[in-house]
Design a protein around this ligand. Structure first.
Ligand code: ATP
Length: 439
């Protein structure tokens, strides 16, 4: 029997499990389909990615503020937004093998891609998870797990406006969980039923929306490049007239070339005044804004940038993964941007004597309050380098005999494998410059 060829995705999935980035949820119970847990390194990576986004979107703009709204909200919100009625995907079943598919993702809507059997007519399937609030399971107590974070921002528009002295144009940003009962899940953490979104909703004066849409389109592409993603693997994909969501006047996706093809990473949408108008209508609250500059009252238009945190984790992993053939051996490297690398530096005593472990521990103590660093004295230094390369640690600091004489250590850089000698008391600044400023 021929052995299945291991794809790049297989290798990434297995590295993620082996080194503690990502595990299948509920694994000891056989696993829960398309839900994942982040292990020690994955939790660091994802947290760093979310911080990178927050810094880029919120911290560096005086007119963008953060929000952390709840997952459970009034069910009226989902009626107003159109989700109760329209957040559906067309579901088809194979009459022969009983597999289920999303009809709009199939090349042929009549033939099963798995067994060639005949498919049923498409039925609309609502993707929202329903649950009940309170002790009685009746229709009046239905609540939904939010399928997007955006609505939490729209319904807090007035609260934020009244509490922050922001003026249009301004943005509200949020990172949070979203849930979709996806019909088909695919490709590891690419499409899951529980995931995190990083969304920014920018409120603008009607008529300036096209300009702002172009601004954010450009800015978001710059962001992925700053995150270190290969630019040739990023592209825009415009939604055609027939693909546009009911709320959108224009929509572009930023796509990444994953090992399984070009797929959406982020959506940038001109949502017009659709959302605020709907919430005004359903809530009966006036959501208009008085623009003091032009002495005009209007409902702002919204330009949305909506990225998946988990999808960015997968992008960063796929983009960083490399198997390198070196002169004498092979190494697997994750070329993470230092700002998102789970561990910033490995700290090694060259040998376990002559006071080297004590000094290496001392350096670990100096750096630990500022950066996630890892002390390792196990095995040959070459092996220790390889272990750190495989998890994307950008720097390895080694204490050797020279350290004992002149208080310098070697710092070995992951990608170039070049080493330089640095004073111990200059290490923190060295890391700061590399991690925060990319010097
Ligand atoms: P699709 O058409 O692929 O189902 P979508 O266009 O509905 O996706 P959006 O509603 O625009 O996606 O969501 C914004 C972002 O949220 C996506 O670009 C993606 O990064 C992320 N996202 C959406 N659904 C999922 C999911 N099931 N799993 C992981 N990330 C998701």
């Amino acid at each position: 029997m021929s052995k299945k060829v291991e794809t790049v995705m297989d290798k990434i999935v297995s590295l993620c499990k082996r080194r503690g980035f990502i595990f299948q949820s509920s694994e000891i119970y056989g696993g829960l389909s398309s839900i994942y847990d982040y292990g020690p390194l994955g939790a660091e990576l994802k947290k760093n990615i979310k911080n990178f986004w927050w810094k880029w979107m919120v911290q560096s703009h005086a007119n963008i503020v953060g929000l952390d709204s709840s997952i459970l909200m009034s069910p009226r919100i989902w009626e107003a937004s159109g989700h109760v009625e329209g957040f559906t995907d067309p579901l088809v079943d194979c009459k022969k093998c009983k597999h289920r598919f999303r009809a709009d993702l199939l090349e042929n809507m009549h033939v099963c891609p798995d067994c060639g059997g005949e498919l049923t007519e498409p039925r609309q399937f609502n993707l929202m998870f329903k649950t009940h609030m309170g002790p009685v399971e009746e229709n009046a107590s239905i609540v939904y797990l939010r399928p997007e974070t955006a609505q939490g921002i729209y319904v807090n528009f007035l609260n934020v406006l009244n509490s922050t002295r922001q003026k249009v144009p301004f943005g509200i940003a949020q990172i949070g969980k979203a849930f979709r009962n996806e019909i088909t899940t695919e490709n590891f953490i690419f499409r899951t039923r529980e995931f995190e979104q990083m969304e920014m909703q920018y409120f603008v004066k009607p008529g300036t929306d096209t300009e702002w849409f172009e601004h954010w389109k450009k800015d978001r592409m710059e962001y992925y490049k700053a995150l270190g993603i290969h630019s040739e693997k990023l592209r825009f994909q415009q939604h055609g007239e027939d693909e546009l969501a009911h709320y959108a006047a224009a929509a572009f996706d930023i796509q990444y070339e994953f090992p399984f093809g070009w797929k959406e990473l982020e959506g940038i949408h001109n949502r017009t005044d659709f959302d605020l108008k709907k919430h005004q209508e359903f809530s009966g609250k006036d959501l208009s804004y008085f623009d003091e500059e032009c002495r005009e009252r209007y409902i702002p238009y919204i330009v949305e940038t909506s990225a998946g945190a988990d999808r960015t984790v997968l992008t960063v992993l796929a983009d960083a993964y490399e198997e390198q053939q070196l002169e004498k051996d092979k190494r697997t490297v994750l070329h993470f941007h230092p700002a998102v690398a789970p561990i910033k530096a490995g700290i090694f005593p060259l040998v376990k004597r002559d006071g080297m472990p004590e000094l290496a521990h001392k350096i670990t103590d100096i750096l630990k309050p500022h950066y996630n660093v890892f002390y390792d004295a196990g095995g040959a230094v070459g092996r220790r380098y390889r272990r750190q390369d495989e998890i994307g640690t950008p720097f390895c600091i080694t204490v050797d005999s020279e350290t004992l004489e002149n208080e310098t250590v070697t710092v070995r850089e992951r990608d170039s494998m070049q080493q330089e000698r640095i004073k111990i008391d200059g290490l923190l600044m060295y890391l700061f410059n590399k991690i925060e400023k990319g010097d």
